[in-house]
Design a protein around this ligand. Structure first.
Ligand code: HDE
Length: 713
């Protein structure tokens, strides 16, 4: 049965899925064979206190099913959450591509999107410092296209051959399986400091991008350079972008650590709740297109997945929008069993020779065999294309289709050559005929040897508060490493990216930046390779900065879906509360009363108000802003419980907007918040609640950062 916000079917994919739904409402309990069951509580025994009988087929069926409920979790991206939605095109881009979803503006293409962290297990907390997966399955009339991207525009490595090394270094250390969902440990930095191609993605992981406020507030990137092919067969290079309508926003590291304890499902819950509340997450879709003849005009190689094309050099053209409007019916059947493959493409889109992409084209099909257990994984409802499929592939585990006829080969005459081949005029796929004249060689192109310029560009492009967060992240992560020589190597490398950054991190670690390091910095090369040839070249500055890299230039125009904690007890002032509640709700924020106890509380006008959470069950890190209405009785009750003062002190520490009215100022005085009069996001008896709304829309008051860091909560 569809969930309550989405009872109407919205797409061909949902119609297809609904034929698989099973709804237990008003149904009798049966075995898997349809036998009606009248006791699912007791096994069959020889006497009330006797041994259980082998005959008990009801017990056997129930327990066997239970014993085999788990499938292997994804080797990476195990922790994830997903939703259904649709993609709409603003304008046709037929000059670049013949793909139906990019040329037909009348289409509403169904999508299923899964967001994930990379390193942690299936049950790991959402706010790990990590890359986020952003995988989109487009169910097209021409077949399914999977855009399996991340929330960062580049990747750690340049060649698929290095992927197992990268992942083995970041996963828990194998001898003791520690730490879970964390990169702050020796093996990761041992690897990063010897495979310097990792540095660009690594500095993004040190930034706020690695701790998003919400999946709904992060960008998505296809990362690799792909190809668009138009009707005339002409190819253009293209990079894909998702831009969140709510802007790009993050939490602070201190919050992330605390959120992981307070609600380790923070992102999963946020996505689910927003969709259930009808506040549908949206992203605009953009492309960066480069003509074939311009391939070599950049200071970096378009085939190198550790490089982005700065938006200042090639602007992103926005061409469509994706909306997520429906939660899955069942986590396992949909979110867990969905299988994304970069090799799923449609006519009009093709691959390039990016050596990472090439390796992925093998890995994703292969991994489904151990995860889902059969080459028939495309028959699982969530993976099934919305168009019919016919070929001569047969049998295998869990075959659910019944192919008819005498033949399963091509060519044949017995079934009139069917299924017959498609002609190009009928929309058949054919690979782009790229001219290649090359030697077969196991090596790396020298055009991939610039490992410092783009990390430096990224750091230069950040606002001062973002740079401070990067400093703190490096200091934290390296501070968790036990081996000094690994930290020294990292300091030497960071110094090649940016000296002021390296100096600050060295200070935090209480170490000196070494003048030199003993072994070659990049060791991800062949044993007989000329070492010098593969060392990173000194950084270049081909662009001073790129606005798009900083969250300081994102959107700050809405408080929609933001959560506001209203701290209140019995007797709170309704005249203080009402104007705030009205405007916050009008602007789409969620207003939640946090009280000394659960149930309801009464305001000074004797009206009952539902309590969203008793203070003991919640934490300030789960909210975006705090409002405290006056009312002596209410404020006295808040002052009696130290957690309210902690709540507000912590919100201040995390640079959030705070508003208090009348007696509620006493709560500030009782907290760690001092000298707040000039703070531009803290309001005592604000003339207009609008000021509070505007401060919330700015996400945080980062000017407060230095003062707030002394707050001891
Ligand atoms: Fe993946 N990756 N990956 N990856 N990846 C998987 O496939 C792999 C890479 C990404 O929500 C696995 O079905 C290799 C880049 C996402 O289900 C596996 C290489 C990017 C997801 C795999 C990469 C990604 C995966 C594990 C280097 C961004 C989650 C389970 C050659 C463009 C999809 C699975 C979901 C998942 C392999 C590099 C994104 C093992 C070998 C680059 C979002 O096949």
């Amino acid at each position: 049965m569809a969930n309550k916000t989405n009872e109407e079917s919205t797409s061909k994919k949902i119609d297809q899925l609904s034929s698989h739904y099973k709804d237990p409402k008003d149904k009798t309990l049966t075995t898997n064979q349809g036998l009606k069951v009248n006791d699912t509580n007791n096994s069959l025994k020889s006497g009330e206190r006797g041994a259980t009988l082998l005959e008990d087929f009801l017990l056997r069926e129930k327990i066997t099913s239970f014993d085999h409920e788990r499938i292997p979790e994804r080797i990476v991206h195990a922790r994830g959450s997903a939703a259904h939605g649709y993609f709409e095109l603003y304008k046709s881009i037929e000059n670049y591509t013949k793909a139906g979803l990019f040329t037909d503006t009348k289409r509403k293409t169904p999508v299923f999107v899964r967001f994930s962290t990379v390193a942690g297990s299936k049950g790991s907390p959402d706010l790990a410092r990590d890359v986020r997966g952003f995988a989109v399955k487009f169910y097209n009339e021409e077949g399914t296209w999977d855009l399996v991207g991340n929330n960062m525009p580049i990747f750690f490595i340049q060649d698929a051959m290095k992927f197992p090394d990268l992942i083995h270094s970041v996963k828990p250390e194998p001898h003791r399986e520690i730490p879970q969902a964390a990169s702050a440990h020796d093996t990761f930095y041992d690897f990063v400091s010897r495979a310097t191609e990792t540095l660009h993605n690594h500095i993004w992981v040190m930034s706020d991008r690695a701790i998003p406020r919400s999946y709904r507030m992060m960008e998505g990137f296809g990362i690799h350079t792909f190809r668009f092919i138009n009707k005339e067969g002409k190819s253009h290079f293209v990079k894909f972008h998702w831009k969140p309508v709510l802007g790009v926003h993050s939490v602070t590291w201190d919050e992330a650590v605390k959120i992981n304890g307070a609600d380790s499902d923070f992102h999963r819950r946020d996505l689910w709740d927003a969709i259930e509340a009808g506040q549908y997450p949206e992203w605009e879709f953009g492309i960066q297109v480069v003509a074939e003849e311009d391939e070599h005009k950049f200071d970096f190689d378009l085939l190198d997945p550790t490089k982005l094309i700065p938006e200042e050099m090639v602007p992103v053209e926005i061409i469509g929008k994706m909306t997520l409007n429906r939660n899955p019916e069942n986590f396992f059947a949909e979110t867990e069993q969905v299988a994304f493959l970069p090799g799923h493409i449609v006519p009009g889109i093709d691959f390039t020779n990016d050596p990472l992409l090439q390796g992925r084209l093998f890995s994703y099909r292969d991994t489904q065999l151990s995860r889902l257990g059969s080459p028939n994984f495309h028959q699982i409802p969530i993976n099934k294309p919305i168009v019919p499929t016919h070929n001569n592939q047969r049998d295998g585990h869990m075959q659910t289709e019944i192919p008819k006829g005498q033949t399963a080969y091509f060519p044949n005459s017995l079934t009139m050559g069917c299924p017959h081949l498609a002609k190009m005029a009928d929309g058949a796929f054919t690979s782009y005929e790229e001219r290649i004249d090359a030697r077969k060689i196991r090596s790396r192109s020298e055009s991939f040897s610039d490992h410092y310029s783009q990390p430096a560009l990224f750091y230069r492009s950040l606002a001062p508060w973002e740079q401070e967060h990067v400093v703190d992240a490096y200091t934290f992560e390296l501070g968790k490493c036990e081996h000094s020589y690994i930290k020294e190597r990292m300091l030497w490398i960071i110094n090649n990216i940016d000296t002021s950054l390296a100096n600050k991190v060295a200070k935090g670690l209480g170490m000196e930046i070494p003048d030199s390091i003993e072994e070659p910095v990049n060791q991800a090369i062949g044993a007989d390779a000329e070492v010098e040839k593969f060392q990173p070249i000194p950084k270049k500055e081909y662009l001073k900065s790129d606005k798009a890299l900083s969250q300081a230039h994102t959107k700050f125009n809405s408080i929609a879906t933001r959560k506001v904690a209203v701290l209140a007890g019995d007797g709170f002032s309704m005249s203080d509360f009402k104007p705030y509640k009205d405007i916050l709700e009008k602007e789409g924020a969620m207003v939640k009363i946090i009280a000394p106890h659960g149930g309801t509380i009464k305001c000074d006008e004797n009206m009952e108000h539902k309590v969203a959470a008793a203070i003991m069950t919640t934490e300030s890190v789960l909210f975006d802003a705090v409002f405290v209405p006056g009312g002596k009785k209410s404020v006295d009750a808040l002052l009696k419980n130290g957690k309210f003062s902690k709540f507000i002190s912590e919100a201040f520490k995390h640079c959030k907007a705070i508003a208090v009215c009348n007696e509620a100022e006493d709560l500030l005085k009782n907290s760690y918040i001092k000298d707040y009069n000039d703070d531009k996001a803290l309001f005592v008896n604000a003339k207009q609640p609008q000021e509070f709304v505007d401060a919330m829309a700015k996400h945080r008051n980062w000017d407060r950062m230095e003062k707030a860091s002394s707050i001891p909560v």
